[in-house]
Design a protein around this ligand. Structure first.
Ligand code: AMP
Ligand code: GLY
Length: 430
């Protein structure tokens, strides 16, 4: 069966490499794809990830058996609905279920109604009631979130009243985050280790994959600006068996049931962003898709047929697909352009890659996030350029192997965090 994957980053590259292991998999296409993905799939750069009509047209033309819609925006825009209306099977939630990521107010109200543990909150569309609520609570830091999609940047942690007021005004009056910020959620501040859990679901059973930890800040020791993610490790040591059991009972199963009760059955991959507070898991956010760069460690740790599991999410047969986790651990180090996440240049030649975009003679896998191919060379084309993933018997071994591989690669301005996995207990030989 031929497959079309929508998207063009490291996550999509990891999905493609994993589904190609499946005996069911024929030719893999990717729209738009990128320079490195082109070594593993036929890329269609003319069809952007949010181009719903283009995706439907391409899927028909290629006669693919499944379209995997990976990024949040086409899901929230209803790409899966459009594909299904055209008779094309698609992996991912329909628009009415993708709202679990598309509107934080929806997600919070769902959790409140179904008693799923999450931080206390209120929703506001007007400045004065929001400020009155903050004054009455008088608890800082306070967490202020734009309702809609904001490329992971719609969350402000205000450390005092002045910062909170500025955040509220910038979103509700100043149009910061555009329409996404016309409605805001003000949330209690929680503290504890964060855990990402990507779970496959057919709307009935929920199959969590190995837990992972993202590293969102640009610089070591969690300093600097928020980014799309500078690296990941799996499994996440904060996610003990006890926490996992509580999360399954209080969060995962209730969420799937809640979405069914609301007439919004969720099919696909549901991402639970959790915080463990004194041993108890809380939901910080839901995403309606695989995480990036979580996928770049979670899928290499997966022992099982991802394509078969994806098809099963549509057929309601997910419980019969064998899915296991490899022993040991995985680490992914993201190599970013100088200046990312603010301003950066592209078009820099990447040294150290072979013609397939991998490191010759290395067991590490290089996932391409922002690269293009020109004249036989790989050039940078985005902020996050590559994700270098290694597995190892232990977290420390995986981290060491990923850094060893990363050192083989260079481009002008390249920067990466030197402490991926440290907080999770990886030893750096120091
Ligand atoms: P989100 O986009 O909702 O995942 O938020 C981005 C980041 O803000 C999270 O990964 C957390 O580090 C932080 N954050 C969000 N909500 C809270 C909260 N209620 N308490 C503490 N930190 C939070
Ligand atoms: N790595 C966080 C996300 O995918 O939203």
């Amino acid at each position: 069966m031929d497959i079309l994957v929508i998207g063009g980053g490291g996550r999509e590259h990891a999905i493609i490499r994993k589904i190609k292991e499946s005996p069911l998999c024929g030719t893999v296409h990717c729209a738009p794809g990128n320079g490195g993905i082109a070594a593993d799939a036929v890329c269609h750069p003319e069809v952007k990830a949010t181009d719903i009509e283009g995706a439907v047209r391409l899927a028909k033309e290629l006669k693919v058996g499944l379209v995997v819609v990976a990024p949040d925006d086409p899901l929230v825009l209803g790409m899966v609905d459009a594909l299904e209306e055209a008779g094309i099977p698609a992996f991912g939630p329909r628009r009415n279920a993708a709202v679990i990521e598309g509107s934080k107010a929806f997600a919070k109200d769902l959790m409140r109604r179904y008693r799923i543990p999450t931080a206390g909150y209120e929703v506001f569309t007007e400045v004065e009631p929001a400020l009155a609520y903050l004054r009455k609570k008088n608890a800082y830091p306070a967490v202020i979130k734009a309702d809609g999609l904001a490329l992971g940047k719609g969350v402000i942690i205000a450390k005092d009243e002045r910062e909170a007021e500025e955040a509220v005004r910038s979103m509700l009056e100043g149009g910061k985050f555009g329409d996404s910020g016309r409605r805001i959620v003000i949330e209690d501040f929680l503290s504890g280790p964060e855990v990402s859990v990507l779970a496959l679901t057919d709307g009935n059973v929920v199959r969590p994959l190995v837990s992972s930890m993202d590293h969102k800040r640009a610089c070591d020791n969690d300093e600097g600006l928020n980014t799309g993610g500078m690296g990941t490790i799996a499994p996440n040591p904060a996610y003990t068996d006890e926490v996992a059991a509580k999360a399954m009972e209080r969060i995962f199963v209730p969420t799937i049931r809640a979405m069914n009760s609301e007439g919004r059955p969720f099919y696909g991959c549901l991402y639970f962003g959790l915080m463990v507070v004194d041993g108890e898991p809380y939901v910080i956010e839901y995403n309606c898709r695989f995480g990036d760069p979580e996928t770049q460690v979670v899928l290499p740790m997966l022992e099982g047929d991802l394509l078969r599991a994806m098809l099963a999410t549509r057929e309601g047969t997910l419980s019969s697909v064998p899915l296991h986790t490899h022993r040991g651990a995985a680490a992914c180090v993201v190599l970013a352009s100088g200046g990312y996440p603010v301003k950066y240049e592209t078009g820099k030649e990447i040294r150290g890659l072979d013609e397939n975009g991998q490191i010759a003679g290395s067991e590490a896998t290089v996932y391409h996030a922002g690269t293009k191919r020109e004249g036989g060379k790989y050039l940078t084309s985005g902020g996050r350029v590559l994700g270098v993933t290694s597995r190892g018997e232990t977290l420390s071994a995986a981290v060491a192997a990923a850094y060893r591989a990363a050192k083989e690669i260079s481009f002008d301005g390249m920067h990466y965090r030197r402490d991926i996995g440290r907080k999770a207990g990886a030893s750096y030989g120091d």
